[in-house]
Each structure stands twice: as structure tokens, then as C-alpha cells.
Ligand binder design. Structure first.
Ligand code: SAM
Length: 343
């Protein structure tokens, strides 16, 4: 697959220019690595002059689950090319529910947009629109109904694991699927794993599926998410996940007893690093998710981790680091895999 390799500072502007020129292939995700963003190109498309100064590179990429080509066609009479691009980029399908961001000014046409989505995605039964950002302690977004069946509960399947959830009551992001797969593949036989901020259980379930002999404790504060997590454990007939409802800071956790701690709360995981450092074994691994400046993402993230490590009397070494996804044009979500030493 051909990508345009663009310095991050030029990323958002170039993305918009490619979109307007019809040269951005929305069928593939945009990725970000070492100060560059990689913008997927439509095969044979002519680049706008401003973009042609950047290098094009071949990279492996997985096509998005739902090819938006048909969707772009269905919307062509309703939206301009730029509006279509913005809508498609914001569009997620969780189970049989589609969630979209209605481009500014298009609210009067939103029902038609919802109906168009239903027509092209046979597996979508409900279309909802975003009414704001993820917010509050539970990281939940307000949603409005657009078209189809008026419901918010669905079953989503990831890496062979079905999960039931209510998109209006719990956090969920399909965009973390490959990160969950990566983590599950790192878990070794017999590990004891702690997932803080577990939601409806996607990390815990992915690990349980991959490693039936791992023992997983999954802590979550939102009672609705815990209810779904329990349902999902039963649905998959797993017997190696212990769901715990409560605040990660307050639930009793045996010190130094976990081989691995996962912390998928990028907004404020650093405030809980002391909990993770106490729970992990000497030589164990902490997966620390955080938001950082796109210009120096790993430096900033490591600084946060080292400060907390010093306070906790441990030392950390980076096993691996990666950008998980762009969060906004200037901010990225990163993960540091931190090896923790207690001596
Ligand atoms: C960004 S979501 C991640 C959920 C899940 N791991 C996933 O990937 O879908 C963060 C989760 O942490 C939970 N949470 C926030 N603060 C918490 C706390 N102090 N203790 C336990 N869970 C908390 C929220 O309710 C939310 O479900």
C-alpha cells in the first residue's frame, strides 16, 4: 500500500488537502511513527502540488473492516467531497451500531445521512451521532439517535471474542483492537495479569482467549461496565478473569504479585502509576498509556513515568514504545512498555 510520509507538523493540513483532491484512501488507517504521519493514497491519484514534495513509501497496512467506498458513493449526492471525507474518517462501527460525527452545518441533513449509512451497510441496524467528546470519570460520550432501530446495546466481536456493551453507558473503542491483540500476544504462559481501567473487558478477554492459563484481575469503576464485563466473561465461558468493581486506587491488590499491569486510561493513568508499581513483581511489566505532545511523544511520556518511579522507589526501563493512535493534530496517544525493577 502506498503512503505519503509527512512530518507530523504538516500532517493535518496535508490530510485535508489530499481529502479535497480525492487522493486520500479512507479505506486504510492513517498511522504515525517517529515524527511522521503516513497518509494512505488512492492508487493512481494525482497529488496536490503542496503534497508532491513529500516522499511516498510502500507500507504494509490492513484495510479497514468496512470499505467506505460504497458509503462515499451513497453520500455523494448529499455531501461535498471534503464533508464525505470528514464523516468517513470519524465513522466507527461497533457491532451493528454505527457512530458518526456530523460535519458542521450538516445537521439539517443528518437523518438522510443516517439513512444512507443504513442502506450501504447491511450489518448496521442503528446509526447514532456523537454529541460531544468522551467525558467524565467513566469516559462516556453523549450520543443522539439518527436512523434505524433506536437502541444503544450491541454485541461486537474482536479477534474471535464476542463482547456485549452499551455504547451510551460505557467506554468502548474499536480503534484499540490491534493494541489489544499486541498485548495479548506478549502474555506468557501462567502469567498473573492486572488490568486497571478494564471497561467491559476487551483487554482481559483478549488475554483470556489467547492464554487460558493466565490469571487476570480486571478493575473497573463504572458499575455498568462491570455488569457487561461479567456478562462477557460468561458469554465466552472464561474462568480465568476476576472482575473487580471499584476505584483502582482503593481496591485491595496484593503487592508485588502481578507479572504484568495494563493501564488503558490515557487521560490520567500517570496518577495511578504508584498503584501499578506496587502491584507488579520485580522484573514485571507495566503498560503505561498516556497522551503526549506529537513532537516528542516518548520523551514526555518517559519523563512522567520516571518521576513517579522515583517517588515509588523503583526504576523503569523501556522495553518498547509505540504511538497507539493520533488523539488530535498535536497530541498522540502512546504506550510505554515499562520493565520495573524494585531493587
Ligand atoms: C479509556 S477507558 C478503557 C476501557 C477499556 N480498557 C477499553 O479498552 O475499552 C477507561 C476506563 O477506566 C475506568 N476508570 C476511570 N477511572 C477509574 C478508576 N479510578 N478506577 C477504575 N476504573 C476507572 C472508566 O470507567 C473506563 O471504563
Amino acid at each position: 500500500m502506498r503512503f505519503l510520509k509527512v512530518p507530523r507538523k504538516d500532517g493535518e493540513r496535508t490530510r485535508q488537502e489530499l481529502m479535497t483532491a480525492g487522493a486520500l484512501d479512507n479505506g486504510y488507517p492513517i498511522s504515525s511513527e517517529a515524527g511522521f504521519v503516513y497518509l494512505p493514497l488512492v492508487s493512481g491519484a494525482k497529488l496536490p502540488t503542496s503534497a508532491s514534495k513529500f516522499e511516498t513509501v510502500e507500507r504494509e497496512a490492513e484495510r479497514r473492516e468496512s470499505p467506505p467506498k460504497k458509503l462515499a458513493d451513497a453520500l455523494s449526492g448529499l455531501l461535498t467531497e471534503a464533508e464525505r471525507g470528514a464523516l468517513i474518517a470519524s465513522f466507527d462501527i461497533i457491532g451493528d451500531i454505527a457512530i458518526v460525527e456530523i460535519p458542521e452545518g450538516l445537521e439539517p441533513r443528518e437523518k438522510e445521512i443516517g439513512e444512507a449509512l443504513l442502506r450501504v451497510h447491511n450489518n448496521v441496524k442503528t446509526v447514532l451521532k456523537k454529541l460531544g467528546p468522551m467525558e467524565g470519570e467513566f469516559r462516556v460520550r453523549k450520543l443522539g439517535f439518527l436512523a434505524g432501530e433506536n437502541k444503544t446495546e450491541t454485541t461486537y466481536r474482536e479477534n474471535g471474542v464476542p463482547m456485549k456493551l452499551d455504547v451510551a453507558k460505557v467506554y468502548f473503542s474499536v480503534r484499540l483492537a490491534s493494541e489489544r491483540k499486541r498485548i495479548a500476544e506478549l502474555v506468557k504462559p501462567g502469567e498473573r495479569v492486572l488490568v486497571l481501567f478494564a471497561g467491559v473487558g476487551p483487554f482481559a478477554l483478549a488475554i483470556a482467549k489467547k492464554r487460558p492459563d493466565a490469571r487476570i484481575v480486571a478493575v473497573e469503576i463504572n458499575p455498568e461496565a462491570v455488569r457487561y464485563m461479567k456478562e462477557n466473561i460468561a458469554l465466552n465461558k472464561f474462568d480465568n478473569i476476576e472482575p473487580v468493581e471499584g476505584d483502582a486506587r482503593a481496591v485491595p491488590l496484593q503487592a508485588g504479585s502481578f507479572d504484568r499491569v495494563i493501564m488503558p486510561l490515557p487521560k490520567s493513568a500517570e496518577e495511578f502509576l504508584d498503584v501499578a508499581f506496587a502491584a507488579v513483581k520485580d522484573g514485571g511489566m507495566v503498560h503505561f498509556y498516556t497522551l503526549a505532545d506529537a513532537n516528542d511523544p516518548f520523551g514526555e511520556a518517559l519523563e512522567k513515568a520516571e518521576l513517579k518511579a522515583e517517588k515509588a522507589g523503583v526504576s523503569v526501563e523501556i522495553g518498547s514504545q509505540r504511538i497507539v493512535r493520533p488523539y488530535s493534530p498535536l497530541i498522540v496517544q502512546v504506550v510505554l512498555d515499562l520493565e520495573v525493577r524494585k531493587t
